[in-house]
Design a protein around this ligand. Structure first.
Ligand code: ADP
Length: 501
């Protein structure tokens, strides 16, 4: 039997796009228990995606209770609670906590036309310079604008001072504290397209342009600080809420990327590569700039490259082509060849994200011969994941003037040794698989533990992470071969671009 010492545990809420997970970690950062529930994806029209805030709140109660029961713990055993969440999704609710509409999810494209209208105007430049983002329906601002225009009676309610807008951590913290804390953390605020990331304040010009009044928005707060104690959810009653971070920033924190030049890549359906760039934001036009985390008056910025199809490429080989039954099989198939034999797959199924930003690019396979078969496609699919990450790494290097010392990796496809080795070869840097699977939840837990003194500082957290079972892949490819392969990849990308016109 495990001995359970009071207040040595931290709870993390991981509120994701498909579901909500509650994980309990111990003082060594080990996962003690975990519970998960999916919630409904609501598609009112093609291209629209909504979530019901009430359902997310109800599921949280279930998973928190279940994870505590599994661990044999009570809320009094938790030193603190951290939150990590899907970013950009917007909820709105009134003073009583009644949602005024379903939440509009980050994937929702209903404001694409509105963004096109604003393109090329001065506001587009303001968005880029002050928020570090690109004008895109992905972010929260045009979603709030849509709600303001379409929810009946909202204007009157706003005049009466009864309306709240917020990203998911804001909704959860508000509910968890019984309406006492109306706050948003710096990383989530960074994704709204309304937030000046240098001043760390709502930007008056953007608020004005999108018609959002300051009174309907939460107060921006640091990522690591106590926002209040839970007083509105039975299983977590009394636990201090000590941290909130958007999912990708939480993963950066959970992977221990606390120093400038440290970065991580998550190989999921798509990929998110984030690199800590230190105390000053670097604003360019090929990557997003965002707050990485803030704590104790210090702010670390990050560059972020989002790639749309990485693990999804392997899903396509499995479900679209039926070449494999399981993603794991892609590894043996790829290894059964000595090289790619000139076959490249550019998985621009939904266009290309960072650093190309071409929504008209489409999936392309080049270099097929009569001898090509499933081995070539599997290899080209896996290689394409690494090439796309390398595309982002090169731009990061140009914009920061420095190279990463190593790339920490997580996510489902990072389980693939061939991919990790090829990434290391093509990018000529060590790839470190840290063995941290729930890096976002762990990041939130670390933040919350720091806020209440369970851990002293980032140094202590860094040590905790280093004791994990890291697996390292070192570069083992001749420079000539590297540049030849990468050069051909670039040619293949050219052919995929600008197709859907
Ligand atoms: P998400 O959080 O986006 O759902 P996950 O981190 O769970 O993603 O990773 C799932 C993705 O990883 C899927 O797209 C799957 O195709 C891919 N994947 C899983 N295992 C492997 C593997 N061994 N090799 C290559 N890709 C894999």
């Amino acid at each position: 039997m495990k001995t359970v010492t009071a207040k040595k545990f931290v709870g993390a809420i991981d509120q994701g796009t498909t579901g909500t997970r509650f994980i309990i970690f111990d003082h060594e950062g080990r996962q003690i228990s975990s519970a998960y529930r999916e919630h409904e994806q609501i598609y009112p029209e093609p291209g629209w995606v909504e979530h019901d805030p009430r359902e997310i709140w109800e599921k949280l109660e279930v998973v928190a209770g279940e994870a505590l029961d599994q661990a044999g713990l009570k809320s009094r055993d938790l030193a603190a609670l951290g939150i990590t969440n899907q970013r950009e999704t917007v909820f709105t609710w009134d003073d009583e906590g009644i949602p005024l509409h379903n939440g509009i999810v980050w994937q929702d494209r209903r404001t694409a036309d509105r963004c096109e209208e604003v393109e090329g105007t001065k506001i587009e430049r303001v968005v880029e310079e002050r928020t570090g983002l690109r004008l895109d329906p992905y972010f929260s601002a045009t979603k709030i604008e849509w709600l303001l225009e379409h929810v009946e009676g909202l204007e009157e309610k706003i005049e009466e001072g009864e309306v709240h807008f917020g990203t998911i951590e804001t909704w959860l913290i508000w509910k968890l504290t019984g309406g006492k804390a109306y706050v948003t953390d710096h990383t989530n605020a960074s994704r709204t397209m309304l937030f000046d990331i240098k001043k760390k304040k709502w930007d008056p010009e953007l608020l004005d342009f999108f018609g959002v009044s300051r009174e309907c928005l939460p107060d921006p707060v640091e990522n690591v600080e106590v926002y209040g104690d839970v007083s509105g959810l039975e299983p977590l009653e009394g636990v201090p809420i000590g941290a909130a971070l958007g999912d990708q920033q939480a993963a950066l924190f959970g992977q221990g990327c606390y120093e400038p030049g440290e970065g991580k890549n998550t190989y999921g359906t798509g990929s998110f590569l984030l690199v800590n760039i230190g105390d000053e934001p670097i604003i360019g036009d090929r990557l997003l700039t965002t707050i990485g985390f803030s704590s104790g008056g210090e702010t670390k910025y990050a560059l972020e490259g989002s790639i749309y199809s990485t693990g999804a490429t392997i899903q396509w080989l499995r479900d679209g082509l039926g070449l494999i039954k399981d993603a794991v099989e892609s590894e043996d198939l790829a290894r059964s060849l000595d090289g790619n034999e000139g076959v490249y797959l550019v998985p621009a199924f939904a266009g290309l994200g960072a650093p190309h930003w071409d929504s008209n690019a489409r999936g392309t396979i080049v270099g097929l011969t009569r001898g090509s078969d499933e081995r070539h496609l599997a290899r080209a699919g896996l290689e394409s994941i690494a090439y796309q990450v390398e595309d982002v790494l090169r731009v990061m290097k140009e914009e920061t003037g420095r190279e990463l010392a190593e790339l920490r990796v997580d996510g489902g496809a990072a389980e693939n040794d061939f991919l990790c080795q090829f990434q290391s070869d093509i990018s000529s840097i060590p790839v470190v698989r840290t063995g941290i699977f729930e890096s976002s939840a762990l990041g939130a837990a670390y933040g919350a533990g720091l806020a209440v003194g369970l851990w002293d500082d980032l140094k202590e957290l860094g040590k905790l992470i280093k004791t994990g079972n890291n697996q390292r892949f070192d570069p083992d490819m001749e420079p000539n071969q590297r540049s030849e392969l990468y050069g051909q990849w670039k040619e293949a990308v050219k052919r995929a671009k600008n197709w859907n016109i």
